[in-house]
Design a binder for this molecule. Structure first.
Ligand SMILES: NC(=O)c1ccc[n+]([C@@H]2O[C@H](COP(=O)([O-])OP(=O)(O)OC[C@H]3O[C@@H](n4cnc5c(N)ncnc54)[C@H](OP(=O)(O)O)[C@@H]3O)[C@@H](O)[C@H]2O)c1
Length: 251
C-alpha cells in the first residue's frame, strides 16, 4: 500500500538528533523533502546533514522554537525554500533539569509547551489554506504519570494542545496527533543511563525487553511517526499513541 508521502515537504523540529533525525531518515526514504531544525548544537547539525544529505532533499534550519519570533523565522525559511509545509513533526526538546527552580520550570515550558503554541499558530494557516496536513507532536509517557515536574506537566499540556488543535483543524483535512515514547535510547538519555546500563535498564523496566537482546532505539518512534504522517493513518486524529514497549503498564 502506498504511504502517500512522495513529494511532501516536512519540517522536523529537533531533527538533528534522536527521534527527529531518525524520522528525517525514514521520510527521505519515502521521497519527502525534509527541513531539520535545531537550536544550539551546530556540530551535531552539520553531522546530521552529512549523514542524511545523500538520501534526498534536506535543509538545516537553526532556531529556538520555544521563542515565537525565532519559530516564525524557522517556519518562514522552510516555506521560502520548500514553498509549503505538508507535515510538521515537533520533536524538539530537552530533559527535565536536575534542579526544580522557577528558571528551569520556565525553560522547560518554553521548549516543550510554548513551542506547540508557536508552531501551531504559524503552521496551521499554511495547512488550512491547502486543506491538507499532518501534525505530529512528540510528547512522553511522562505525560501520563502522577508527577509535578515541569517536564511531565508540559508533556501533558502537549497532548491537551494537540487534541484541541485536532478538533479545530479537522474540517480542513488536517490530522493532529501525539506520540508518547517511554525511555528510548537517544542522546537525551546518555547523561541518565550510561551505555553499559541500557540492557539492564530495559530488562527491568520495559516488558517487551524482558529476556530479549538489546534495548529500544529511536527507530521505534520514527516508524510510528511515519505511519501517522501517511495515508494509512488518515482516519486518526486527536489521538495519543504510547510507544513504550509496555513501560507504562509495568509501572
Ligand atoms: N529519548 C527518550 O527516552 C524520550 C522519551 C519520551 C519523550 N522524549 C521527548 O522526545 C523529544 C525528542 O527527544 P530525543 O530523545 O530525540 O532528544 P535528543 O536526541 O536530545 O534531540 C533533541 C533535539 O531537539 C533539539 N532542540 C532542543 N531544544 C530546542 C529548541 N528550543 N528549538 C529547536 N530545537 C531544539 C536538539 O538540538 P540542539 O540541542 O542543537 O538545540 C535536538 O535536535 C523530546 O521532546 C523529548 O523530551 C524523549
Amino acid at each position: 500500500m502506498e504511504l502517500g508521502l512522495k513529494g511532501k515537504k516536512a519540517l522536523i523540529t529537533g531533527g538533528t538528533s534522536g527521534f527527529g533525525k531518525e524520522t528525517a531518515r525514514l521520510f527521505l526514504e519515502e521521497g519527502v523533502s525534509v527541513a531539520i531544525n535545531y537550536a544550539q548544537n551546530d556540530g551535531r547539525a552539520r553531522d546530521a546533514y552529512e549523514e542524511l544529505k545523500d538520501k534526498g532533499k534536506v535543509i538545516v534550519v537553526k532556531g529556538d522554537v520555544g521563542d515565537y519570533k525565532e519559530a516564525e523565522k524557522v517556519v518562514d525559511e522552510v516555506i521560502n525554500k520548500f514553498g509549503t509545509i505538508d507535515i510538521l513533526v515537533h520533536s524538539a526538546g530537552i530533559a527535565q533539569p536536575k534542579e526544580d527552580t522557577p528558571e528551569n520550570w520556565d525553560k522547560v515550558m518554553k521548549v516543550h509547551l510554548y513551542s506547540c503554541y508557536n508552531l501551531g499558530k504559524l503552521v496551521s494557516p499554511v495547512m488550512m489554506n491547502q486543506k491538507t496536513g499532518k501534525i505530529i507532536i512528540i510528547s512522553s509517557f511522562a505525560a501520563h504519570m502522577t508527577d509535578i515536574s515541569a517536564y511531565s506537566v508540559a508533556m501533558a499540556g502537549k497532548i491537551c494542545y494537540a487534541k484541541g488543535l485536532a478538533k479545530k483543524l479537522a474540517p480542513y483535512n488536517i490530522n493532529v496527533n501525539t506520540v508518547s515514547p517511554g525511555n528510548i535510547f537517544t542522546p537525551m538519555l546518555d547523561p541518565f543511563i550510561p551505555v553499559e546500563k541500557r540492557r539492564e535498564f530495559s530488562e527491568q523496566n520495559i516488558p517487551l525487553y524482558k529476556g530479549r537482546e538489546g534495548y529500544p532505539e529511536a527507530i521505534e518512534v520514527a516508524k510510528v511517526v511515519l505511519f501517522l504522517a501517511s495515508d494509512m493513518a488518515r482516519h486518526i486524529t486527536g489521538e495519543d499513541i504510547k510507544v513504550d514497549g509496555g513501560q507504562f503498564i509495568h509501572y
